[in-house]
Design a protein around this ligand. Structure first.
Ligand code: ADP
Length: 193
């Protein structure tokens, strides 16, 4: 099963993706995590990426498509993938369809976590407090930029999936467990008791 999860920064994509990964035995590909790993490695590419991430901008489509294409080849991903943070633009969405089609696969569900913009900054601040480490793009100024990018470049690809009957809208303002339950219901998955 291949699932794409959308939502503004701080919506809870990572948390829910990890739960889906565990329950469904498919692999989570988080582009944010991949990029942060590259930054932490201190490589030349990492240094370029750090500037982009800290500005709240998007990494070029070509780079992202290459990263995802390589990551999808992992044997752990054979049973399916949860795409967390990808696609973020229309060209990325089309590239993903092509990559899956080439392998006789397709997207089964597109989940959108709907959270009010006003709740996001508080959530991100809480995440920083709880994890004890602050992402360098988790500050008020960069969050605003990331949110704008989400509304301007990412949210406009949702109708593309809606037309295909794949969109599952989820109330992301609910408790974490309730959100998980809603997701399983939306994708028709019955949890083992
Ligand atoms: P969030 O969704 O909470 O903003 P992510 O961890 O998914 O955070 O992404 C962090 C940053 O990584 C983004 O602001 C962007 O700079 C970069 N990024 C992640 N995924 C993509 C993508 N698919 N295309 C371009 N840039 C990306």
């Amino acid at each position: 099963m291949n699932i794409v999860i959308f939502g503004p920064p701080g919506a809870g994509k990572g948390t829910q993706s990890q739960r889906l990964e565990k329950e469904l035995g498919i692999c989570q590909l988080s582009t944010g995590d991949m990029l942060r790993k590259e930054v932490a490695s201190g490589s030349e590419l990492g240094q370029i990426l750090k500037t982009i991430l800290d500005e709240g901008k998007l990494v070029p489509d070509e780079t992202m498509v290459k990263l995802i294409e390589i990551a999808m080849k992992d044997p752990d991903c054979e049973k399916g993938v949860i795409f967390d943070g990808f696609p973020r633009t229309r060209p990325q969405a089309e590239a993903l369809d092509d990559m899956l089609k080439k392998n006789g696969k397709r997207i089964d569900h597109v989940i959108v976590l709907q959270v009010d913009d006003g709740a996001l900054l508080g959530r991100i601040q809480k995440r920083a407090e709880e994890s004890g480490e602050t992402r360098s793009d988790d500050n008020e100024e960069t969050l605003k930029k990331r949110l704008n990018v989400y509304h301007e470049q990412t949210a406009p690809i949702l109708p593309y999936y809606e037309e295909q009957g794949l969109l599952r809208k989820i109330d992301g303002m609910a408790d974490i467990d309730k959100v998980t339950d809603q997701i399983f219901e939306a994708i028709g998955h019955k949890k083992a008791a």
